[in-house]
Design a protein around this ligand. Structure first.
Ligand code: SF4
Ligand code: SF4
Ligand code: SF4
Length: 312
């Protein structure tokens, strides 16, 4: 027998607990899953500040995310619309680098005789905006509020995390997200999105996408520090002649809470495919619940009143 195997054989054996009656074992199996585990100790809120002005569109973040989370490729199709061929966030693309190609007259430059576009011929008012998009880790997350099974939680780092084993695939979260982030997998049937690398954070590691970004466009850290860093960067850009520089999601609005993944943009949010004023669908739904309750009460009250008045 090899020495390692001998070590194992002679190591102290774990004492097996005394066997319990079949009724106790049955009750354990029946009730055990409903026992609440001990909540992990709360940590400082962590998140992302994405400075789109320094993103070069290399897509290292997308690749790092796929690699770390072992997400499959989405095929090798050309969209035909852009040099960005990922297209959108999905159950298997938890990061997506958007290429926003802006031309002064909304027309791309004409190709030359050989069918190519020469960079020398491009007018100066052509610009490409790059933005690495991801789940916004909303402080009050509509996806979490809409989930009927409790599969979506805020974890100890104040990030929005999906527990796929509890997700029943109903898709309520998909409809609730105002950013079109969360998607249901056609393979597993469960909803998926960025986990903010919960597994890496628990081991004290920086999320894979932020680690891979060569320009520090994606910055990870305690939210309060990130907000201060972003505020200084906006001031600097204004001084350097970029009047359009602005924050997106770093502060709450009338209809939405702040985001734990917020952005520095240089144009209106719609230009980047972000809603100017995101709206939490729950604000509509509370009114719907109220109206439904009133309608139900009236429906019961009318026959009851009729019975009391004329039925007796
Ligand atoms: S961006 Fe969408 S998926 Fe992400 S936490 Fe907010 S509501 Fe949920
Ligand atoms: S934090 Fe992790 S899961 Fe989220 S986009 Fe980055 S690499 Fe992917
Ligand atoms: S790795 Fe950084 S620079 Fe490259 S596309 Fe992603 S955010 Fe942009």
């Amino acid at each position: 027998m090899a020495s390692r195997e001998l070590e194992v054989v002679h190591s102290p054996q774990v004492e097996t607990p005394p066997s319990r009656g079949p009724l106790s074992a049955f009750l354990d199996r029946l009730i055990g899953p409903f026992h609440r585990g001990e909540a992990p100790e709360r940590k400082p809120a962590m998140g992302f500040y994405t400075d789109t002005t320094v993103c070069i569109g290399c897509k290292a973040c997308e690749v790092a995310c796929k690699q770390w989370n072992q997400l499959p490729a989405d095929g090798f199709a050309w969209t035909g619309n852009s040099y960005d061929n990922t297209g959108e966030l999905s159950a298997t693309s938890w990061r997506h680098v958007k290429f926003v190609e802006q031309f002064a007259d909304n027309q791309p430059p004409e190709p030359t005789g050989n069918g190519r576009v020469s960079l020398d011929d491009q007018p100066h008012d052509v610009r490409w905006l790059m933005m690495s998009d991801v789940c916004k880790h909303c402080v009050a997350a509509p996806c979490q509020q809409a989930c009927p099974t409790g599969a979506i939680i805020h974890n100890e780092f104040a990030n929005v995390y999906i527990q796929p084993d509890i997700c029943n695939g109903c898709g309520y979260c998909v409809a609730a997200c105002p950013f079109g982030v969360i998607t249901r997998s056609t393979l597993s049937g469960h909803a998926h999105k960025c986990t903010l690398c919960y597994d890496r954070q628990k081991d004290g590691l920086v999320p894979a996408c932020a680690k891979a970004c060569p320009t520090a466009s994606i910055q990870f850290g305690p939210i309060d520090e990130l907000r201060e860093r972003a505020r200084r960067r906006v001031e600097e850009l204004h001084r350097r002649g970029v009047p359009g520089a602005r924050m997106y999601g770093s502060a709450p609005t009338e209809t939405y809470t702040e985001l734990h993944s917020f952005y520095l943009l240089v144009d209106r949010p719609e230009v980047y495919g972000l809603p100017e004023a995101p709206f939490n669908p729950w604000l509509h739904m509370l009114g719907d619940y109220f109206r439904t309750a009133i309608a139900g009460a009236v429906t019961l009250a009318v026959p009851l009143a009729a019975f009391l008045l004329w039925g007796a």
